[in-house]
Design a protein around this ligand. Sequence first.
Ligand code: GLU
Length: 417
Amino acid sequence: MSQDDTPRQSIGTFTHDAFERLQLDDEMRRLLDLPYRETRIELPMRMDDGSLRVFFGYRVQHNQSRGPFKGGLRYHPEVDTEHFVALSSVMTWKTAVLDLPFGGAKGGIDCDPGELSDNELEVLTKRFAERLLPIIGPDLDIPAPDMGTGAREMAWFLEAHARHAGYDPAVVTGKPVELGGSHGREQATGRGAAIIAKQALQAADIDLDGASVAIQGFGNVGRHLAHFLHESGARVVAVSDRDGGLHDGEGLDVPALCAAMGADDAPDSVTEAGVDGDTLSNAELLTLDVDLLVPAAIGGVIDCDNADEVQAKVIVEAANMPLTCEADAALAERGVRVVPDILANAGGVVVSYLEWVQNRSRYRWSAERVDEELCRRMRSAWEDVAERADEEDCSWRQAAYLIAVERTCSAIRLRGF
Ligand code: GLU
Protein backbone atom coordinates (compact mmCIF):
# COMPACT_ATOMS: atom_id res chain seq x y z
CA MET A 1 0.00 0.00 0.00
CA SER A 2 1.47 3.34 -1.05
CA GLN A 3 2.35 5.82 1.70
CA ASP A 4 1.74 8.80 -0.54
CA ASP A 5 -0.30 11.85 0.29
CA THR A 6 -3.80 12.17 -1.18
CA PRO A 7 -4.23 14.37 -4.28
CA ARG A 8 -5.61 17.13 -2.04
CA GLN A 9 -2.55 16.94 0.21
CA SER A 10 -0.22 16.86 -2.81
CA ILE A 11 -1.71 20.01 -4.28
CA GLY A 12 -1.47 21.53 -0.79
CA THR A 13 2.26 20.79 -0.73
CA PHE A 14 2.79 22.43 -4.13
CA THR A 15 0.81 25.55 -3.26
CA HIS A 16 2.26 25.89 0.25
CA ASP A 17 5.75 25.84 -1.18
CA ALA A 18 4.75 28.88 -3.27
CA PHE A 19 3.04 30.53 -0.26
CA GLU A 20 6.30 30.19 1.69
CA ARG A 21 8.51 31.51 -1.09
CA LEU A 22 6.13 34.46 -1.62
CA GLN A 23 5.88 34.97 2.16
CA LEU A 24 2.10 35.21 2.01
CA ASP A 25 0.28 36.12 5.19
CA ASP A 26 -2.06 33.65 6.89
CA GLU A 27 -5.20 35.40 5.68
CA MET A 28 -4.24 35.09 2.03
CA ARG A 29 -3.22 31.46 2.53
CA ARG A 30 -6.66 30.69 3.93
CA LEU A 31 -8.40 32.39 1.03
CA LEU A 32 -6.37 30.44 -1.52
CA ASP A 33 -6.60 27.05 0.17
CA LEU A 34 -10.33 26.58 0.52
CA PRO A 35 -12.73 26.06 -2.40
CA TYR A 36 -15.48 28.63 -2.86
CA ARG A 37 -18.29 26.07 -3.23
CA GLU A 38 -18.61 22.29 -3.08
CA THR A 39 -21.78 20.89 -4.64
CA ARG A 40 -22.92 17.27 -4.51
CA ILE A 41 -26.25 16.29 -6.02
CA GLU A 42 -28.23 13.11 -6.16
CA LEU A 43 -28.90 11.78 -9.67
CA PRO A 44 -31.45 8.94 -9.54
CA MET A 45 -31.69 7.09 -12.86
CA ARG A 46 -34.18 4.62 -14.29
CA MET A 47 -31.81 2.33 -16.20
CA ASP A 48 -32.70 0.77 -19.58
CA ASP A 49 -33.51 -2.52 -17.83
CA GLY A 50 -36.05 -0.80 -15.55
CA SER A 51 -33.90 -0.89 -12.40
CA LEU A 52 -33.16 2.21 -10.31
CA ARG A 53 -29.62 3.43 -9.72
CA VAL A 54 -28.54 6.48 -7.79
CA PHE A 55 -25.46 8.31 -9.01
CA PHE A 56 -23.89 11.44 -7.55
CA GLY A 57 -22.95 14.52 -9.51
CA TYR A 58 -20.32 16.98 -8.26
CA ARG A 59 -19.12 20.48 -9.03
CA VAL A 60 -16.40 22.06 -6.93
CA GLN A 61 -15.70 25.73 -7.64
CA HIS A 62 -12.34 26.70 -6.25
CA ASN A 63 -11.58 30.32 -7.07
CA GLN A 64 -13.11 33.03 -9.27
CA SER A 65 -10.96 36.03 -8.53
CA ARG A 66 -9.52 36.14 -12.08
CA GLY A 67 -12.84 35.41 -13.87
CA PRO A 68 -15.65 32.84 -14.13
CA PHE A 69 -14.97 29.32 -12.86
CA LYS A 70 -13.64 27.02 -15.58
CA GLY A 71 -12.93 23.32 -15.72
CA GLY A 72 -13.95 19.93 -17.03
CA LEU A 73 -16.53 17.28 -16.18
CA ARG A 74 -15.11 13.86 -15.37
CA TYR A 75 -17.15 10.64 -15.53
CA HIS A 76 -15.37 7.98 -13.51
CA PRO A 77 -16.60 5.47 -10.91
CA GLU A 78 -14.11 6.58 -8.25
CA VAL A 79 -14.68 10.33 -8.11
CA ASP A 80 -15.83 12.13 -4.98
CA THR A 81 -15.76 15.60 -3.45
CA GLU A 82 -12.12 15.31 -2.28
CA HIS A 83 -11.04 14.34 -5.79
CA PHE A 84 -12.72 17.39 -7.27
CA VAL A 85 -11.45 19.75 -4.57
CA ALA A 86 -7.90 18.86 -5.66
CA LEU A 87 -8.65 19.05 -9.38
CA SER A 88 -10.58 22.33 -9.11
CA SER A 89 -7.56 23.87 -7.42
CA VAL A 90 -5.34 22.58 -10.26
CA MET A 91 -7.64 24.49 -12.66
CA THR A 92 -7.26 27.75 -10.70
CA TRP A 93 -3.47 27.55 -11.05
CA LYS A 94 -3.65 26.35 -14.66
CA THR A 95 -5.79 29.25 -15.89
CA ALA A 96 -3.57 31.66 -13.93
CA VAL A 97 -0.27 30.37 -15.29
CA LEU A 98 -1.67 30.64 -18.84
CA ASP A 99 -3.04 34.09 -17.95
CA LEU A 100 -6.59 33.22 -19.04
CA PRO A 101 -9.41 35.34 -17.55
CA PHE A 102 -10.89 32.41 -15.63
CA GLY A 103 -10.85 30.79 -12.22
CA GLY A 104 -10.88 27.08 -11.45
CA ALA A 105 -13.56 24.40 -11.07
CA LYS A 106 -14.03 20.69 -11.71
CA GLY A 107 -16.88 18.23 -11.45
CA GLY A 108 -18.47 15.14 -12.86
CA ILE A 109 -20.44 12.00 -12.07
CA ASP A 110 -19.41 8.83 -10.22
CA CYS A 111 -20.25 6.53 -13.14
CA ASP A 112 -18.39 4.23 -15.51
CA PRO A 113 -19.41 5.55 -18.94
CA GLY A 114 -18.29 2.28 -20.55
CA GLU A 115 -21.03 0.45 -18.63
CA LEU A 116 -23.87 2.81 -19.57
CA SER A 117 -25.87 2.88 -22.80
CA ASP A 118 -25.91 6.05 -24.94
CA ASN A 119 -29.46 6.69 -23.81
CA GLU A 120 -28.58 6.33 -20.12
CA LEU A 121 -25.61 8.68 -20.54
CA GLU A 122 -27.75 11.28 -22.28
CA VAL A 123 -30.45 11.23 -19.61
CA LEU A 124 -27.86 11.33 -16.82
CA THR A 125 -25.93 14.22 -18.38
CA LYS A 126 -29.08 16.26 -18.98
CA ARG A 127 -30.33 15.63 -15.44
CA PHE A 128 -26.95 16.70 -14.08
CA ALA A 129 -27.02 19.89 -16.19
CA GLU A 130 -30.54 20.74 -15.02
CA ARG A 131 -29.62 20.30 -11.36
CA LEU A 132 -26.49 22.42 -11.75
CA LEU A 133 -28.46 25.21 -13.44
CA PRO A 134 -28.17 27.84 -10.66
CA ILE A 135 -24.38 27.68 -10.52
CA ILE A 136 -23.46 27.33 -14.23
CA GLY A 137 -23.41 30.03 -16.92
CA PRO A 138 -21.17 31.77 -19.48
CA ASP A 139 -20.15 34.41 -16.92
CA LEU A 140 -20.33 32.13 -13.91
CA ASP A 141 -18.91 28.65 -14.50
CA ILE A 142 -18.13 27.04 -17.86
CA PRO A 143 -17.72 23.24 -17.96
CA ALA A 144 -15.72 21.35 -20.60
CA PRO A 145 -14.71 17.76 -21.38
CA ASP A 146 -12.40 15.78 -19.11
CA MET A 147 -11.81 12.07 -18.56
CA GLY A 148 -14.84 10.05 -19.71
CA THR A 149 -16.58 12.96 -21.45
CA GLY A 150 -16.25 14.66 -24.83
CA ALA A 151 -18.04 16.81 -27.38
CA ARG A 152 -21.16 14.62 -27.24
CA GLU A 153 -21.68 15.18 -23.50
CA MET A 154 -21.11 18.93 -23.97
CA ALA A 155 -23.84 19.01 -26.64
CA TRP A 156 -26.28 17.31 -24.22
CA PHE A 157 -25.26 19.68 -21.45
CA LEU A 158 -25.81 22.68 -23.75
CA GLU A 159 -29.27 21.41 -24.76
CA ALA A 160 -30.43 20.87 -21.15
CA HIS A 161 -29.10 24.27 -20.11
CA ALA A 162 -30.68 26.02 -23.12
CA ARG A 163 -34.11 24.51 -22.36
CA HIS A 164 -34.18 26.27 -19.01
CA ALA A 165 -31.90 29.29 -19.32
CA GLY A 166 -32.07 30.16 -23.06
CA TYR A 167 -29.60 29.26 -25.77
CA ASP A 168 -26.04 30.42 -25.24
CA PRO A 169 -23.25 28.27 -26.70
CA ALA A 170 -20.68 29.89 -24.37
CA VAL A 171 -22.11 27.91 -21.42
CA VAL A 172 -19.81 24.95 -22.20
CA THR A 173 -16.64 24.52 -24.26
CA GLY A 174 -15.38 21.49 -26.12
CA LYS A 175 -18.69 21.29 -28.02
CA PRO A 176 -19.04 19.71 -31.47
CA VAL A 177 -17.91 22.22 -34.14
CA GLU A 178 -21.46 22.17 -35.62
CA LEU A 179 -22.78 23.59 -32.33
CA GLY A 180 -20.24 26.37 -31.90
CA GLY A 181 -17.23 24.31 -30.88
CA SER A 182 -13.83 25.56 -31.94
CA HIS A 183 -11.65 24.08 -34.62
CA GLY A 184 -8.67 22.46 -32.94
CA ARG A 185 -10.28 21.97 -29.50
CA GLU A 186 -10.18 18.18 -29.70
CA GLN A 187 -6.45 18.11 -30.50
CA ALA A 188 -5.60 21.07 -28.27
CA THR A 189 -4.33 19.31 -25.13
CA GLY A 190 -2.12 16.98 -27.16
CA ARG A 191 -0.87 19.80 -29.39
CA GLY A 192 -0.12 22.02 -26.39
CA ALA A 193 1.73 19.20 -24.59
CA ALA A 194 3.81 18.56 -27.72
CA ILE A 195 4.78 22.25 -27.90
CA ILE A 196 5.84 22.16 -24.25
CA ALA A 197 7.66 18.83 -24.62
CA LYS A 198 9.79 20.30 -27.38
CA GLN A 199 10.76 23.29 -25.24
CA ALA A 200 11.44 21.14 -22.17
CA LEU A 201 13.68 18.72 -24.08
CA GLN A 202 15.56 21.64 -25.57
CA ALA A 203 16.14 23.04 -22.08
CA ALA A 204 17.52 19.63 -21.09
CA ASP A 205 19.81 19.65 -24.17
CA ILE A 206 17.87 16.91 -25.94
CA ASP A 207 16.75 17.30 -29.53
CA LEU A 208 13.11 16.28 -30.03
CA ASP A 209 14.07 14.96 -33.45
CA GLY A 210 15.08 11.36 -32.68
CA ALA A 211 14.27 11.56 -28.93
CA SER A 212 12.76 8.39 -27.45
CA VAL A 213 9.29 8.84 -25.95
CA ALA A 214 6.94 6.67 -23.85
CA ILE A 215 3.30 7.72 -23.48
CA GLN A 216 0.97 6.26 -20.87
CA GLY A 217 -2.65 6.65 -22.01
CA PHE A 218 -3.93 6.63 -25.55
CA GLY A 219 -7.20 8.50 -25.16
CA ASN A 220 -7.85 11.90 -26.70
CA VAL A 221 -4.72 13.45 -25.16
CA GLY A 222 -2.21 10.60 -25.62
CA ARG A 223 -3.27 9.83 -29.17
CA HIS A 224 -2.98 13.38 -30.46
CA LEU A 225 0.24 13.93 -28.55
CA ALA A 226 1.76 10.79 -30.12
CA HIS A 227 0.77 12.13 -33.53
CA PHE A 228 2.33 15.58 -32.99
CA LEU A 229 5.53 14.21 -31.43
CA HIS A 230 5.93 11.67 -34.25
CA GLU A 231 5.41 14.48 -36.81
CA SER A 232 8.22 16.44 -35.11
CA GLY A 233 10.60 13.50 -35.55
CA ALA A 234 10.42 11.92 -32.08
CA ARG A 235 10.64 8.12 -31.76
CA VAL A 236 7.56 6.97 -29.88
CA VAL A 237 8.80 3.66 -28.45
CA ALA A 238 5.91 2.77 -26.14
CA VAL A 239 2.24 3.58 -25.65
CA SER A 240 -0.35 2.04 -23.35
CA ASP A 241 -3.93 2.22 -22.15
CA ARG A 242 -5.93 0.63 -19.34
CA ASP A 243 -5.31 -2.90 -20.66
CA GLY A 244 -1.53 -2.65 -21.20
CA GLY A 245 0.81 -1.38 -23.87
CA LEU A 246 3.05 -1.89 -26.88
CA HIS A 247 6.81 -1.41 -27.08
CA ASP A 248 9.29 -1.20 -29.94
CA GLY A 249 12.72 0.30 -29.29
CA GLU A 250 13.02 1.30 -32.96
CA GLY A 251 9.77 3.31 -32.73
CA LEU A 252 6.14 2.23 -33.12
CA ASP A 253 4.11 2.82 -36.27
CA VAL A 254 2.35 5.90 -34.86
CA PRO A 255 0.26 6.78 -37.96
CA ALA A 256 -1.15 3.23 -38.04
CA LEU A 257 -1.83 3.31 -34.28
CA CYS A 258 -3.58 6.69 -34.45
CA ALA A 259 -5.65 5.63 -37.46
CA ALA A 260 -6.74 2.40 -35.75
CA MET A 261 -7.51 3.98 -32.36
CA GLY A 262 -9.21 7.06 -33.85
CA ALA A 263 -11.55 5.02 -36.10
CA ASP A 264 -15.27 4.63 -35.36
CA ASP A 265 -14.78 0.90 -34.86
CA ALA A 266 -11.58 1.33 -32.78
CA PRO A 267 -10.51 -1.73 -30.78
CA ASP A 268 -10.70 -1.57 -26.98
CA SER A 269 -6.94 -1.38 -26.54
CA VAL A 270 -3.74 -0.37 -28.36
CA THR A 271 -2.65 -3.99 -27.90
CA GLU A 272 -5.39 -4.98 -30.37
CA ALA A 273 -4.64 -2.26 -32.94
CA GLY A 274 -2.80 -4.65 -35.27
CA VAL A 275 0.47 -2.72 -34.90
CA ASP A 276 3.83 -4.49 -34.42
CA GLY A 277 5.49 -4.33 -31.01
CA ASP A 278 6.07 -6.32 -27.84
CA THR A 279 3.42 -6.08 -25.17
CA LEU A 280 4.34 -4.46 -21.86
CA SER A 281 2.51 -3.48 -18.69
CA ASN A 282 1.75 0.07 -17.57
CA ALA A 283 4.21 -0.38 -14.71
CA GLU A 284 6.95 -1.36 -17.18
CA LEU A 285 6.20 1.58 -19.46
CA LEU A 286 6.67 4.08 -16.63
CA THR A 287 10.18 2.80 -15.89
CA LEU A 288 11.53 2.58 -19.48
CA ASP A 289 14.87 4.22 -20.18
CA VAL A 290 13.62 7.02 -22.44
CA ASP A 291 14.34 10.70 -23.03
CA LEU A 292 10.74 11.72 -22.45
CA LEU A 293 8.01 10.08 -20.37
CA VAL A 294 4.46 11.39 -20.71
CA PRO A 295 1.84 10.17 -18.25
CA ALA A 296 -1.36 11.06 -20.13
CA ALA A 297 -3.95 8.96 -18.30
CA ILE A 298 -5.02 8.90 -14.66
CA GLY A 299 -3.59 10.62 -11.58
CA GLY A 300 -1.12 9.26 -9.04
CA VAL A 301 0.63 6.77 -11.36
CA ILE A 302 4.12 7.78 -10.22
CA ASP A 303 4.34 7.58 -6.45
CA CYS A 304 6.90 6.77 -3.78
CA ASP A 305 6.75 3.08 -4.73
CA ASN A 306 7.99 3.48 -8.30
CA ALA A 307 9.59 6.97 -8.47
CA ASP A 308 13.07 5.55 -7.87
CA GLU A 309 12.70 3.21 -10.84
CA VAL A 310 11.75 5.94 -13.32
CA GLN A 311 14.63 6.32 -15.79
CA ALA A 312 13.27 9.06 -18.07
CA LYS A 313 15.26 12.30 -18.30
CA VAL A 314 12.24 14.56 -18.70
CA ILE A 315 8.59 14.04 -17.67
CA VAL A 316 5.73 16.04 -19.16
CA GLU A 317 2.54 15.76 -17.12
CA ALA A 318 -0.15 15.53 -19.80
CA ALA A 319 -2.57 14.01 -17.25
CA ASN A 320 -3.74 15.94 -14.19
CA MET A 321 -1.72 15.12 -11.08
CA PRO A 322 0.07 11.98 -12.38
CA LEU A 323 2.86 12.44 -9.78
CA THR A 324 2.32 12.51 -6.04
CA CYS A 325 4.26 15.18 -4.16
CA GLU A 326 6.56 12.49 -2.73
CA ALA A 327 7.39 11.23 -6.23
CA ASP A 328 7.96 14.79 -7.38
CA ALA A 329 10.48 15.38 -4.58
CA ALA A 330 12.27 12.06 -5.21
CA LEU A 331 12.59 12.77 -8.94
CA ALA A 332 13.78 16.36 -8.36
CA GLU A 333 16.51 15.00 -6.10
CA ARG A 334 17.72 12.77 -8.92
CA GLY A 335 17.69 15.63 -11.43
CA VAL A 336 14.70 14.38 -13.46
CA ARG A 337 13.02 17.47 -14.88
CA VAL A 338 9.23 17.60 -14.70
CA VAL A 339 6.89 19.96 -16.54
CA PRO A 340 3.85 20.28 -14.25
CA ASP A 341 0.29 19.58 -15.41
CA ILE A 342 -0.75 23.20 -14.87
CA LEU A 343 1.48 24.13 -17.80
CA ALA A 344 1.92 20.88 -19.77
CA ASN A 345 -1.75 20.02 -20.34
CA ALA A 346 -3.14 23.57 -20.47
CA GLY A 347 -3.64 23.48 -24.27
CA GLY A 348 -7.18 22.21 -23.73
CA VAL A 349 -8.31 25.08 -21.56
CA VAL A 350 -6.48 27.59 -23.77
CA VAL A 351 -8.59 26.52 -26.76
CA SER A 352 -11.63 26.38 -24.48
CA TYR A 353 -10.98 30.05 -23.83
CA LEU A 354 -10.68 30.71 -27.57
CA GLU A 355 -13.95 28.82 -28.11
CA TRP A 356 -15.66 30.94 -25.45
CA VAL A 357 -14.32 34.12 -27.11
CA GLN A 358 -15.60 32.95 -30.51
CA ASN A 359 -19.02 32.08 -29.04
CA ARG A 360 -19.34 35.47 -27.40
CA SER A 361 -18.55 37.31 -30.63
CA ARG A 362 -20.65 34.87 -32.71
CA TYR A 363 -17.73 34.43 -35.07
CA ARG A 364 -15.77 31.31 -35.99
CA TRP A 365 -12.01 31.44 -36.42
CA SER A 366 -10.11 29.32 -38.95
CA ALA A 367 -8.24 26.26 -37.68
CA GLU A 368 -4.97 28.04 -38.52
CA ARG A 369 -5.83 31.05 -36.39
CA VAL A 370 -6.72 28.83 -33.42
CA ASP A 371 -3.51 26.79 -33.72
CA GLU A 372 -1.40 29.92 -34.03
CA GLU A 373 -2.95 31.49 -30.96
CA LEU A 374 -2.59 28.26 -28.97
CA CYS A 375 1.06 27.98 -29.94
CA ARG A 376 1.76 31.61 -29.04
CA ARG A 377 0.11 31.31 -25.62
CA MET A 378 1.79 27.99 -24.74
CA ARG A 379 5.23 29.31 -25.70
CA SER A 380 4.73 32.52 -23.79
CA ALA A 381 3.66 30.62 -20.62
CA TRP A 382 6.64 28.29 -21.06
CA GLU A 383 8.99 31.28 -21.24
CA ASP A 384 7.47 32.81 -18.10
CA VAL A 385 7.96 29.54 -16.21
CA ALA A 386 11.44 28.70 -17.52
CA GLU A 387 12.67 32.24 -16.82
CA ARG A 388 11.24 32.22 -13.31
CA ALA A 389 12.82 28.82 -12.61
CA ASP A 390 16.21 30.22 -13.66
CA GLU A 391 15.79 33.39 -11.60
CA GLU A 392 14.72 31.56 -8.45
CA ASP A 393 16.87 28.48 -9.04
CA CYS A 394 13.83 26.25 -8.55
CA SER A 395 11.98 23.52 -10.45
CA TRP A 396 9.57 24.21 -13.29
CA ARG A 397 6.73 23.15 -11.00
CA GLN A 398 7.78 25.56 -8.26
CA ALA A 399 8.14 28.38 -10.80
CA ALA A 400 4.70 27.68 -12.34
CA TYR A 401 3.08 27.74 -8.89
CA LEU A 402 4.87 30.97 -7.97
CA ILE A 403 3.48 32.69 -11.06
CA ALA A 404 -0.03 31.24 -10.64
CA VAL A 405 -0.31 32.04 -6.94
CA GLU A 406 1.08 35.54 -7.45
CA ARG A 407 -1.45 36.34 -10.21
CA THR A 408 -4.36 34.98 -8.18
CA CYS A 409 -3.31 36.88 -5.05
CA SER A 410 -3.00 40.04 -7.02
CA ALA A 411 -6.60 39.69 -8.29
CA ILE A 412 -7.88 39.02 -4.75
CA ARG A 413 -6.05 42.07 -3.41
CA LEU A 414 -7.37 44.32 -6.17
CA ARG A 415 -10.97 43.15 -5.86
CA GLY A 416 -11.20 42.58 -2.13
CA PHE A 417 -13.56 39.87 -0.93
N1 GLU B 1 -10.48 19.14 -18.55
C1 GLU B 1 -9.44 19.94 -19.13
C2 GLU B 1 -8.37 20.27 -18.10
O1 GLU B 1 -8.22 19.59 -17.12
C3 GLU B 1 -10.00 21.15 -19.86
C4 GLU B 1 -10.73 22.12 -19.01
C5 GLU B 1 -11.43 23.23 -19.81
O2 GLU B 1 -11.23 23.30 -21.01
O3 GLU B 1 -12.15 24.00 -19.18
O4 GLU B 1 -7.62 21.19 -18.28
